[in-house]
Design a protein around this ligand. Structure first.
Ligand code: ADP
Ligand code: TZD
Length: 578
């Protein structure tokens, strides 16, 4: 019989404990995630506090949608999943639009929401903020997980990270019930339960025969064209993309968030001859761009389909993207870095330059369109129109090519996209695949927080309204963001009339001559009312130099915009005349 050891009570070391709160924070930090975008409340208030105490940056917003948009933009800019933290039901739902938008745009983010008691939710007994959040999130994101036990937090976070960034990036939902946060466990066992994700976005090397097929098709082209999409910007293989363009000499078109991968002033950019090249090209190589509505699905008038179908090469990480709209003759499946590097290596030393009658015809059209545009941009109408205001921003970005441009609206978006040249990769964030309004302030905050660079948010007045309250967030964190509101008194324009004679204004019209600059002043930022291009230029230069939160109310002719901007063809019109 063994002797019973009796230890005096004073000598017993209390076991070191950890809990759900700390395990979540430790798991994120272990995976080099240093920032949380969120909004506190039950059950995540202490999580926000403790994360800050543990050295994480916690950026607290006024509405979860903007915290979610910030997380998505951070994901796009850094390649690490951006984290958005919300409370249960309503906070979760507010974050969900951003999660769905991130998934649609292939941006990696993780929405972490607290949730109510599982037992009560599942029996629908009416808990505080009751909702079956996991079920609701599932169809709107790439993956959704729930963690019920503290010892599974490490696995939950690891799975969420891997799901967000591997393969086609996207949004992931992680459900953390209130009870989980207070669960305790032995600290060492807790530490051992965490997972540092190894190689979260593994390279996917393209098959050699697929590379050869693509090069052969490209070689035989008489009028080749390369289309760069935001997947190419996200992939962060800028030197290889540039090498591919320059070694082949093929003209290219950047999609809006791929602008700046090569400077928009690059001699091979065909952006100023877009309609011409889409119609005329015979072989088109898509690099991280989908043939969705933004590219007229690869068919129809835009592509001069009546002259015969185009031949496509498509580089994408997602095999099921191929043939989604038209036949793809040479699919190249893999990560863009590996695919582009393989193509560059396969070009050899005698890759034929595209025929000069093709590049010459493009150059001719470009020159004509660019000089026409220069004439328009030089005009100084009063009040300002989109062109005169944007010409000022165009010069400011030229002077500060490291500044990040955030852009939303209809006319404000369409004109800014074509007028404001970008010079560096991943410097333009916008409404993306959905054409969603409301990304403005969330994307701006993320851009400022993750890069420390100046941010210029070019906002339609309607677009700005969706996230306008976040100017308080911008002031609170003293971020170097200059918001420019293109104020034309309404959605698209400010001239609609109510035909009924009732005193209500038309549904597209706002309060006339509103002073959005006062909103920024309310929170201690700088407000400027600009009625001329000179005032706008001065205000913007000061904002960039000072780094102070600034809002410029740019007064634009209320008749200057067109309904739906450049996509009016998608706007159904009533055929019935009353
Ligand atoms: P755009 O709107 O600029 O045309 P899309 O969002 O439509 O761009 O397309 C981006 C494409 O890039 C998606 O099909 C996505 O699967 C792909 N993609 C994203 N990241 C990578 C990557 N690292 N490697 C390969 N393809 C990628
Ligand atoms: N709601 C959401 C979430 N996204 C949308 N795209 C819309 C509504 C519809 N919509 C557009 O597509 S553009 C736009 C709306 C409301 C605003 C256009 O007005 P603006 O820009 O003042 O922002 P312009 O420059 O005056 O056209």
């Amino acid at each position: 019989m063994s002797a019973v050891l009796s230890i005096p009570a004073k000598d017993i070391q209390p076991r070191e404990l950890t809990d759900g709160f700390h395990l979540v924070i430790d798991a994120l930090k272990l995976n080099d995630i240093d920032t949380i975008f969120g909004l506190p409340g039950i059950p995540v208030t202490d999580l926000c506090r403790m994360a800050q105490a543990e050295g994480m940056r916690v950026i607290s917003f006024r509405h979860e949608q903007h915290a979610g948009n910030a997380a998505a933009a951070a994901g796009f800019l850094t390649g690490k999943p951006g984290i958005c933290l919300t409370v249960s039901a309503p906070g979760f739902l507010n974050g969900l639009t951003a999660l769905a938008n991130a998934t649609t745009n292939c941006f990696p983010m993780i929405l972490i929401s607290g949730s109510s008691e599982r037992e009560i939710v599942d029996l629908q007994q009416g808990d505080y903020e009751e909702m079956d959040q996991l079920a609701i999130a599932k169809p709107l994101c790439k993956a959704a997980y729930r963690v019920l036990h503290a010892e599974d937090i490490g696995v939950g976070i690891a799975r969420a990270i891997r799901a967000a960034v591997s393969g086609r990036p996207g949004g992931v939902y992680l459900d953390l019930p209130a009870k989980l946060f207070a669960q305790t466990m032995d600290a060492e066992a807790g530490r051992n339960s965490l997972i540092k994700v190894v190689d979260p976005a593994p390279k996917q090397i393209p098959a050699p025969d697929a590379v050869k097929r693509a090069i052969d098709l490209l070689k035989g082209a008489k009028k080749p064209l390369i289309l760069l999409g935001k997947g190419a910007a996200y992939a962060q293989c800028d030197a290889d993309v540039r090498a591919l363009i320059e070694k082949t000499g093929i003209p290219y078109l950047p999609m809006s968030m791929a602008k700046g991968l090569l400077p928009d002033t690059h001699v091979q950019s065909a952006a100023a001859a877009r309609s011409y090249v889409l119609q005329e090209a015979d072989v088109v190589m898509l690099v991280g761009a989908r043939l969705n509505w933004l590219l007229s699905h690869g068919k129809g008038k835009t592509w001069a389909q009546d002259k015969g179908p185009k031949r496509f090469i498509q580089i994408d990480i997602s095999p099921t993207e191929i043939d989604s709209n038209v036949a793809i003759e040479a699919p190249l499946i893999g990560d863009i870095g590996s695919c582009v590097a393989a193509l560059v290596a396969g070009l050899g030393t005698n890759f034929p330059k595209p025929p000069t009658d093709w590049t010459g015809a493009i150059a001719e059209r470009k020159d004509k369109n660019l000089s026409k545009m220069a004439e328009t941009l030089a005009k100084r109408p009063s009040p300002m129109n989109f062109h005169s205001a944007l010409s000022v921003i165009r010069d400011a970005v030229k002077a500060r090519p490291d500044a990040i441009v955030v852009n939303e609206g209809a006319n404000t978006l369409d004109f800014a996209r074509s007028i404001v040249d970008m010079y560096e990769p991943r410097k333009r964030l916008d409404v993306g695949t959905w054409g969603i309004m409301g990304i403005g302030m969330g994307f701006s905050v993320a851009a400022a927080v993750t890069t420390g660079k100046p941010v210029i948010a070019i906002e339609g007045d309607s677009a700005f309204g969706f996230s306008g309250m976040e100017v308080e967030t911008i002031c609170r964190y003293d971020l170097p963001i200059c918001v420019i509101v293109f104020n034309n008194n309404g959605v698209y324009r400010g001239t609609d009339k109510n035909p009924s004679g009732h005193s209500d204004v038309a549904p597209t019209v706002f309060v006339k001559n509103a002073r959005y600059d006062k909103l920024m002043e309310a929170f201690g930022g700088v407000g400027i009312n600009a009625t001329t291009a000179d005032e706008l230029a001065k205000g913007l230069a000061e904002a960039i130099a000072s780094g102070k939160p600034t809002l410029i109310n740019a007064v634009i002719d209320e008749a200057a915009g067109t309904e739906s901007g450049r996509i009016s063809s998608l706007n159904p019109q009533s055929a019935v005349k009353k």
